[in-house]
Design a protein around this ligand. Structure first.
Ligand code: NIG
Ligand code: FE
Length: 417
């Protein structure tokens, strides 16, 4: 198979041999100096000193991509929580919020998620695909090579399917990987003829089997909150999802607590948001296998507290960090900027922030083939023009990768754009 050798890198930060849970200090980060990455097909074959590899590979038919100047290499970033499939804009909500109205007030007045539902239902599938592709490509130029994408602005069988088909098709049109999640339980659709329990029952009995059959999503999410769904309503819904083999994830403790407990009880892979979590919820999560996912983009978008990331890590929890990119609470959609800012407010080490957007985010999506630079892992490389990896977070996302590789191919080159 075709082999490629890339290097030399002043530093390769492979994010290997670090624990999934708990605090990490920067001096625990492995750093390979003057290294090279050998790629075979879409995978990493080896990482070693570039000079040694070059001498060895000269005899083979390996294609060498020799870099001049100082570069460092990180794993491609993983944005494990987004809503980038949507129609319209919520600039009005943003203006209203900043004029003093709360998220819940705006939602009750017909704005909020329901507004995006209306606009998403009006959009055609090709229009939705175009929006996803545009947003995903922008994430790619910021070093993101895997993006989780939720439905949840359709809120009926047909409209949720439209979104999930759009995500599935968009995935074939771009280099990065989209991981779909069904969020039909985002809120109770106001136009549904029946009760919230009946709505969830219909989704579980009619939509879930189709998701499996057509490989549209293997993950199920629910928003547990006042104005969305209560733990009691979600109980049978998650039970059904688990029985069918779906992985569970939860929008939990965003404004009020309750969701994280549901996440733990249902053995969810992740509990996301957690801005309202208190020491009780933090302890509960830290003692479980649920990954806590901070969404600093929602805190920045709503002007509210950050997830208590420091406390979660110190309690021994696993912390992933995602953008929550959506038209309402998190319109910015710059993962690296948001993760860096969370780091400054929550006093997270470089290692903890980077872990949150690499191997810990991979774990939150149950993806064992990425998030680290190691033999056998996907060759998803994030290359920055610097001699020190610490420059990346220091510049708070304003410093972009100069090259991004996905599945062993160079898919973004800043100098060619
Ligand atoms: O993750 N919290 C609920 N859902 C989204 C917001 C969606 C929206 O406002 O459109 C979130 O923040
Ligand atoms: Fe969200």
């Amino acid at each position: 198979m075709h082999m490629k050798l890339i290097g030399p890198f002043k530093q390769i930060i492979p994010m290997t041999n670090l624990s999934l849970k708990g605090a990490i200090m920067d001096n625990q980060l492995e750093i390979i100096q003057d290294g090279g990455v050998l790629i075979e097909g879409n995978k990493i074959q080896a990482i070693d000193k570039f000079a040694n590899m070059l001498a060895h590979e000269k005899s083979n038919a390996t294609e060498v991509q020799q870099l001049s100047g100082d570069h460092i290499c990180l794993p491609g970033f993983i944005d494990a929580h987004t809503h980038i499939c949507f129609g319209g804009s919520r600039a009005n909500d943003y203006a209203m919020r900043n004029s003093g109205k709360t998220y819940l007030e705006i939602s009750k007045a017909g704005g909020g998620i329901w507004d995006t539902v209306t606009q998403t239902r009006k959009a055609t599938r090709p229009e939705l695909i175009k929006g996803i592709v545009k947003r995903a490509k922008r994430h790619l130029t910021n070093g993101v090579t895997t993006i989780e994408v939720k439905s949840g602005y359709g809120l009926s069988l047909e409209e949720e399917l439209k979104m999930l088909y759009a995500i599935q098709e968009a995935n074939t049109l771009i280099a990065l990987d989209l991981i779909p999640t069904c969020l039909a339980a985002h809120m109770f659709p106001k136009d549904y003829k029946g009760s919230p329990a009946e709505y969830l029952e219909e989704i579980a009995s009619k939509l879930f089997p189709r998701l499996i059959k057509e490989k549209l999503a293997l993950r199920v999410d629910a928003f547990i909150e006042e104005g969305a769904f209560t733990p009691e309503l979600i109980e049978p819904y998650f039970n059904k999802a688990s029985e069918l083999g779906f992985d569970i994830t939860v929008h939990a403790d965003q404004f009020s607590t309750g969701g994280s407990k549901v996440a733990v009880q249902h053995n969810a892979i992740s509990a996301d948001h957690l801005e309202a979590s208190t020491d009780t919820e933090i302890a509960l999560l830290a003692q479980s296998n649920v990954i806590a996912m901070a969404l600093p983009g929602a805190s920045i978008g709503l002007g509210c507290d950050f997830t208590p990331a420091r406390k979660i890590l110190d309690a021994g929890g696993a912390l992933a960090i995602a953008s929550d990119h959506n038209p309402g609470s998190a319109p910015m959609g710059y993962l690296l900027t948001q993760a860096a800012i969370l780091g400054t407010f929550q006093k997270l080490s470089n290692a903890e922030v980077l872990a949150g957007i690499t191997f810990r985010a991979a774990a939150a999506l149950k993806l064992k083939d990425r998030g680290q630079l190691n033999e056998g892992f996907l060759a998803d490389l994030n290359i920055f023009h610097t001699n020190d990896y610490k420059e990346v977070l220091y510049n708070q996302g304003n410093f972009k990768p100069c090259m991004v590789w996905k599945n062993g191919e160079l898919v973004y080159n800043k100098h060619k754009h």
